[in-house]
Write a protein that binds this ligand. Structure first.
Ligand SMILES: *Cc1c(COP(=O)(O)O)cnc(C)c1O
Length: 462
């Protein structure tokens, strides 16, 4: 399998290269040159198989020959052995034809583990084969940092440095990063805000000389391997509910659109999905684009669903590329207009998107109301991100006879503030994490100065 850029001006790469590369050199995102197809019979044969077997079958065509089959199978099994539920991503029925897909049974209690547990192992495999070592740098305002750390802690070829704004992330989120005791894991608390931390990571990618030849690797949500890993749970949950013999629908709490783009890929591969509902918080660029054809930036708002607080949805470019019939010139033009302010999607691609996608935006007050309402009706305590999905599913579902699957992207204990504000006494951490609040922490406080941060990274990397 080869991968091409959405902007049409970067060399095509194989799977190994695309995993190690991240963003394409022309500023675009890599997508597979051809979309693998699953026949009706191949999908039907997946019903009832273990999650890891479905994962192996769904991802194999994307990997191509880049990893020996036995090695890939072992990597997939190791990856999902870190999940605390035997079904990996269990489905729970909420009400008539409405199901919750629990994606939060991984080590950091959020759906990002599904992809980052795999990505760390893939990187380790490729680097070991090349005899190279890699350094991962990332900035986090909470969620992604801990998932990336957990994904890399067991990787011999990788050192990971995660920057977070000092005293500006929640205690649970900080502790999920700083209590990881592994020689290749380094937490840096920056005396500044998230933007300072992110600016230093960006500058480090732009000039990597401080690493003296080590490869710097990004694990952000544009990495193709993350999308690939997420395709699996769309297929697994749909076949569990009767696909390919009947259609299903999905509602996805969305921000950078990596999660939902994986669902779209599953449909293009042959999964019968009738409808996708995009749920956003008050940062509603995706909703405005689909509902009003208003593709424009607005100021960031801090919400009760902080992992969905974004201004631009980076993976939406991949969907635009498909909606424009893979016309990279048209995509470049559209994104050029977007960069200057506001862009409108052309009629034909917009109509095509609207025939499949609905959207809904949920403000903070409504998130609290939904947490109470869902608990009263179903007995489930939803985290604030999942709550946006629950409301969007209720408001947007096109057809009550089609099973609706709402993706539960985080465990409620991770966002206890919102749970308490909704009027509940709290949300207990799962037993496996009971010692999180008492375990010793390790992190280095550094000033928001690039030279100091880079000197620290250079000194600590192995
Ligand atoms: C990252 C995240 C999202 C948004 O996912 P995207 O792939 O960026 O659309 C939603 N919920 C939670 C809990 C997250 O951590």
């Amino acid at each position: 399998m080869r991968y091409i850029s959405t902007r049409g001006d970067a060399p095509a790469l194989n799977f190994e290269e695309v995993v190690l590369t991240g963003l394409a050199p022309d500023g675009g995102l890599y997508v597979p040159e051809t979309i693998p197809q699953f026949s009706h019979d191949e999908l039907a044969a997946m019903a009832g198989l273990p999650y890891t077997e479905i994962a192996f079958r769904v991802m194999k065509p994307f990997v191509g020959g880049a990893i020996a089959e036995d090695d890939f199978r072992r990597i997939v099994e190791d990856t999902y052995a870190t999940f605390k539920h035997d079904a990996v991503v269990p489905l729970k029925q909420l009400s008539h034809n409405h199901h919750l897909l629990e994606l939060f049974h991984g080590p950091t209690l959020a759906f990002k583990d599904v992809a980052l547990q795999l990505l760390g192992r893939l990187l380790d495999h490729f680097l070991a084969r090349r005899g190279e070592r890699g350094v991962i740098m990332g900035a986090t305002s909470g969620d992604t940092g801990s998932a990336a750390i957990e994904g890399c802690r067991a990787c011999d070829q990788l050192d990971i440095f995660i920057l977070h704004p000092h005293e500006r992330v929640s205690a649970v989120q900080r502790r999920q990063m700083t209590t990881v005791d592994a020689p290749n894991v380094h937490n840096i608390a920056i005396q500044g805000d998230f933007d300072d931390a992110q600016a230093m990571v960006k500058a480090s990618f732009a000039d990597q000389s401080f690493l003296q030849g080590r490869r710097l690797i990004a694990v952000n949500s544009i990495n193709w391997a993350r999308i690939m890993a997420q395709i699996v749970y769309y297929v697994a949950s749909a076949v569990a509910l009767g696909a390919p013999h009947r259609e299903v629908a999905f509602t996805v709490p969305s921000a950078n659109f990596g999660n939902l783009f994986a669902g779209y890929m599953a449909r293009r591969m042959g999964l019968p999905v009738k409808q996708f509902v995009i749920a956003t918080n008050a940062n509603d660029i995706l909703h405005r684009t689909i509902a009003d054809n208003d593709f424009s930036r607005r100021a960031l708002q801090a919400t009760l669903a902080p992992s969905m607080d974004i201004v631009v949805s980076s993976n939406f470019e991949r969907l635009l590329f498909e909606a424009y019939g893979r016309d990279s010139v048209a995509v470049r033009d559209l994104l050029g207009r977007f960069a200057e302010g506001r862009a409108a999607i052309d009629d034909a691609p917009l109509a095509q998107l609207r025939s499949l996608f609905s959207s809904y935006s949920v403000d903070d007050e409504t998130i609290l109301e939904v947490i109470r309402e869902a608990h009263a009706h179903t007995g489930e305590l939803l985290d604030p991100h999942t709550a946006t999905g629950y409301r969007a599913a209720m408001r947007c579902r096109a057809d009550a006879t089609t099973p609706m699957i709402t993706l539960a992207t985080a465990h409620p204990a991770k966002f206890e503030d919102a749970i308490v504000r909704a009027g509940f006494p709290g949300a207990p951490l799962p037993e496996a994490m009971a010692d999180l609040m008492s375990a010793p922490e390790r992190f280095e406080v550094l000033p928001a100065e690039l030279a100091e941060v880079q000197a620290y990274v250079a000194a600590k990397r192995r």
